[in-house]
Design a protein around this ligand. Sequence first.
Ligand code: AMP
Ligand code: GLY
Length: 428
Amino acid sequence: MRVLIVGSGGREHTLAWKLAQSPLLEKLYCAPGNAGIAKLAECIDIQADNIGGLKDWAQKQKIDLTVVGPEVPLVMGLADQFRAVGLKVFGPGEKGAMLEGSKVWAKRKMKKWGIPTADFTIFDDFDDARRHLARFYGGAVVIKADGLAAGKGVTVASGPEEAEQALYDILVERVFGDAGNRVVIENCLSGEEVSVLAITDGKKLTILPSAQDHKAIFEGDKGPNTGGMGAYSPAPIYTDKMANKTIEKVFKPLLKGFQDDGINFSGVIYAGLMVSADDFNVLEFNVRFGDPETQAIIPRMQSDLLPLLAASAEGDLKDIEPRWKDEHAVCVVISSGGYPGEYKTGYPIEGLADLEKEKDDKAAVFHAGTALKDGWIITAGGRVVGVTAWDSNLNGALKRVYGVAEKIRFEGAYYRRDIAHRALKHYK
Ligand code: AMP
Ligand code: GLY
């Protein structure tokens, strides 16, 4: 098969790494890719949001399957445009992608379809929204911009001033532009977060092993939120009982809802859950693989990923049941100094060639913000690389992953040393 991956982050490198192992693969392309992906795939200089450019190129190249990494092209309707000219795509069309593209849409559907989620109200007027805050009696409240805001649209406000500021920024200052035409104000939930991903053809589902992300920049989950500083899989808080409950209360009603509404959904459904005691609520849905969850989940997959993605794209998962290694995987993200605030790029990254020579079959370095310059691999983003290692137990995986991480050096390199701290408590 001739496969195109759309995107350029650690998630896409992980997908490329796995697909490159498939005996069904004839040729792998990635648009636009990064320095790590370039070792596995031919990188094409077309940006992920240039839908017309991607479509023309894929048609000319007779691409058999396009796998879309990020949400933006899906929300822009890449899958519909590709399908209209007979190209197969892993990922939902524009209508299905609303589940991630509009929080207002997603919350209303969750309510309609009986999927557990925090109580909420929707506003488009600052004064109305501000008056509503009084109902929270000065306590915590969550403010969400409706549309895509590159992961920055949610404020978990500890009190009314912070909440009002968030409302002002979105509705009056319009810091997210049209993505902030409306806001969701919702109850603040407490507990532990877990990411549960399922691959679907619209009727059947296969659930991937659970994972937990670490969004805050500093250890102890302190400091501002990032795109994700590390992940591990499985997440012990996500018990088998909880897994069964999620299928019944989240995934099945979601698929039925899509069918009832005449929406043909295929691709990944990513449910971000807040778990407390034996109960859970959906915080958000995404319609793509998580980053960095994918870096922790996919290396645990024993069977071939390509037939599964192709089957979803063709609208029939058949009886494909992926097999998973009974191992623990941990991904640690190494970021540029200053991220998620301002940071510099262009620093050479040392240690990668030596690691390649070691040929460790239980570790991988997945590039995110890297580029090639004069034969050097240099930093080119906030999150630079993610190191994943796996082992029969979590402590073993942690030892391996940090052993590799410390060998990767560049000016200002930073990573959290407490990835999987919540899981460790479960194994004591
Ligand atoms: P979302 O994009 O909706 O997942 O929000 C991003 C992050 O905000 C989540 O991963 C949570 O950490 C946090 N969050 C969202 N909704 C809530 C909520 N109702 N209560 C507490 N935290 C939340
Ligand atoms: N890890 C969070 C996300 O992919 O949205």
